[in-house]
Design a protein around this ligand. Sequence first.
Ligand SMILES: NC(=O)c1ccc[n+]([C@@H]2O[C@H](COP(=O)([O-])OP(=O)(O)OC[C@H]3O[C@@H](n4cnc5c(N)ncnc54)[C@H](OP(=O)(O)O)[C@@H]3O)[C@@H](O)[C@H]2O)c1
Length: 363
Amino acid sequence: MNLDNFIHKKWMIRAICLASLGRGLTSPNPMVGAVILDKKGKLISEGFHQKTGMPHAEAMAFNNLKNDPHGGTLYVNLEPCCHEGKTPPCVDRIISSGIKKVFISIKDPDLRVAGRGIRLLEDAGIEVNLGLCEKEALELNKSFIHKNLNGSAYGVLKWAMSIDGRVGLKNGESKWITNEKSRSFVHKLRTDFDAIIIGGNTLRKDNPILTTRGLKKLEPLRVVFTRTLDLPQKAKLWDTELSNTLVVYDSSTANEEYLKRIPNNVDIEKVSSDEPKLLTQILADKGCNKVLWECGPELATAAVKAGCIQEFITFVAPKIIGGENGMNPFSDFKFKSMNEIMNLNLQEIKSINNDIYLRSIAK
Ligand SMILES: NC(=O)c1ccc[n+]([C@@H]2O[C@H](COP(=O)([O-])OP(=O)(O)OC[C@H]3O[C@@H](n4cnc5c(N)ncnc54)[C@H](OP(=O)(O)O)[C@@H]3O)[C@@H](O)[C@H]2O)c1
């Protein structure tokens, strides 16, 4: 790598690190960071998109300028926008600033941009370099990209199990498999998500709270997916002081009489089937980029089969629950040959006290 390339990479990595400060806060928008150098190559400003509704990274960097950007360089990890949204187009601001060179990691998959931002910059005589730190930029915004390309939220399935692969007892008891430190880790993990999904049965059996315990100011939306609507009159999720709750039900099978049991402060939405994909599309339309599935085996299996799960997080605790009365993390995929089974790519493994944390992605 020559010295110039090394320097450009250094500034783009800085933009990506800045972008990551918005983790868990920017949906439906992406995480974006921007760095501006003057014509002598000196850092004169930087910024990042802090949360939806706030200025874009480029705008924040222009607002913070310490020197004249004429003839300077901008580094930004996503193609600048060229459409009027909650904030004015960043491309106009870049063009009028007199900046001469722009480094961009990746194109914006949003169809309102998708290469148009780059063309406008080039048409204005700005030199555009696309692809610097592409891999890191794709990884950072993978859920935003997935949502834009597929129209559904990026899904992560999480479960906790014993070393013999059981998530609880068949009678519904599953508290607690993992240790306290792992459970605190889950509270932190949830801060990265826009919504947390369970099925009606987990609500009935576990009566969970599903919050970050205050670690995130705007708690993730809690979502219950149900076919029957046979949900309890009293549930911790019905208390929406801390966080909002949404019940999504299948109108083809549910008994709508049960709607009376759900208090008015809980949002309700009906869908035409129990197809998990519909749920992830609804959540994407509501602005969720990334959702955490914390459901039991039935819904987990349906979600995996429907292609709603892109990542798998498993906590393994040194406990043995046993076969007959133990509950599997999944129901049946009806595989008949080892050629059919799902193979995952392990991304991360660590120990949390005596538990093991594993993160894998679908191949
Ligand atoms: N160890 C762990 O990590 C862990 C995590 C979560 C849960 N659990 C345990 O898992 C047990 C519950 O398991 P579960 O499998 O019944 O979980 P669930 O999370 O309640 O999912 C199943 C429920 O989801 C609803 N649903 C909507 N569409 C569906 C579809 N297409 N396919 C399947 N279900 C759909 C139904 O609710 P309705 O019945 O309301 O119609 C169904 O009963 C509990 O005992 C809980 O303690 C363990």
